[in-house]
Structures are given as C-alpha cells and as structure tokens.
Design a protein around this ligand. Sequence first.
Ligand code: HEC
Length: 117
Amino acid sequence: MPTEVRSILERSCYDCHSNRTRWPWYSRVAPVSWFVARHVAEGREHLNFTEWDRMSPEDQAKAMEEIGETVTEGEMPLASYLLAHPEAALSEQDQTLLRQWAGGRARDPGSRDEGES
Ligand code: HEC
C-alpha cells in the first residue's frame, strides 16, 4: 500500500478499522460508549487495516473495491464520527487518491497517467 494512501487511511479510517483505535474521552461515558464500541467492533469486522499485510491478494482486491465504493458514495467515514472528528473528513484530493488506488481511475480524467498501472 502506498504511503500517501496509508496516511489518509490512518487519519480517517483507523479509529474504526484497525486495532489502533484512539479512544476519545467521551467513549467512556455511557450511552456514547456503547455506540462508539459498537461502531469499532462492527467496523473492524468488515475491514481491519491492521490485518492488511496478512490478507491474500484476492481479499485485498475485494476490500479495495469496497473502499472505492464507500469513498465515492461518501459513506465513510461515518457521518456521526465526522461530527466529533472533523479532521478525519476526506478532502477532494484524498478522495481522488483513494479512488485511484482502489482502481476508480475512470472518474478522474485530469490525472490519468498512461505508463503507470
Ligand atoms: C466511526 C467509525 C468508522 C470510521 C471512522 C470509518 N468506518 Fe468504515 N465502517 C464502519 C462500520 C460500523 C461499518 C459497518 C456498518 C456499515 O456498513 O455501515 C463500516 C464498513 C466499512 C466498509 C464495508 C462496507 C460494506 O459495504 O460492507 C468499508 C469498505 C469501509 N467501512 C471503509 C472505510 C473507510 C475507507 C474509512 C475511512 C475513509 C472508514 N471506513 C471509516 C465504521 C467506520
């Protein structure tokens, strides 16, 4: 995985999709704690970037396709999370980079690069 891609994912996705959750103070206060814990448990179940390097190429390809979809549709990061973590929002540039990495090049005519795969 390219470093630029990883750093975007670390900022915007790792709290829910890795073993490196930075638990915020409010996650210890019920009922928010149940809500947050459930999101993290569910998020990891779907996709855990800590496992990435151990995943098979087929699983990685499938995950990349799903990541591209969630980014294109603006589903991730979850809206409720962005309220508390505005810094996790993906900029246009972040989205383009993630989509290109995930294989969604067609939507970005500006930066098509022939020689590269
Ligand atoms: C607040 C926690 C949270 C954050 C932050 C978050 N996710 Fe998720 N993610 C979830 C949860 C919960 C699910 C499973 C439920 C769902 O699909 O809504 C999920 C599911 C997914 C799925 C599987 C979708 C499917 O259709 O099965 C993908 C892919 C994904 N997330 C990618 C990302 C990416 C990429 C980011 C960062 C840009 C991100 N997520 C940030 C919580 C989060």
